[in-house]
Write a protein that binds this ligand. Sequence first.
Ligand code: 5HM
Length: 160
Amino acid sequence: MRSVFLAGPFMGLVNPETNSMPSAEQLPFLTLIEHFEKQGLEVYNAHRREAWGAQVLAPEQCTPLDQLEIRKADVFVAIPGIPPSPGTHVEIGWASAFDKPVVLLLEAGREEEYGFLVRGLGSVATVEFVHYTDVGRATPQIDAAIRRVVDRVNNPAGTP
Ligand code: 5HM
């Protein structure tokens, strides 16, 4: 496992007056990026690439770039968001259609607020769900979910 694509709500969190995500909203992404990089993983993340809203790419630029990076990544980790992030939901569709190992981070206690196709994704793709209250405190569970989902894709049930 060498790389991870980290997806999650972006434009809905950018303050139009400052062209930036507030630091509290950046924190889960910063925490996970640092956590993964400490393990030597390459992290693909649009929020950082686009300077948290200060250097947003045009739709025709970020769409193929994100799709390419999802293809390259060994695992896809996403925060679908409440309210739902439109771009992240497109990316979840791509990642599952590309047969990537998928880890979805859902807010604990609010599972019923997520879309049916998010909640049901495990029936058509290799998905692990992590139910978090604080992303920073959930890193051991996220690491375990990544290990499990990558292992499931590499060793599908029934293969010797
Ligand atoms: O719709 P929303 O902005 O929440 O979509 C966020 C997701 O789309 C992120 O995971 C990111 O990878 C991608 N994205 C991007 O790469 C989205 C936007 C703006 O919508 C962007 N670059 N400028």
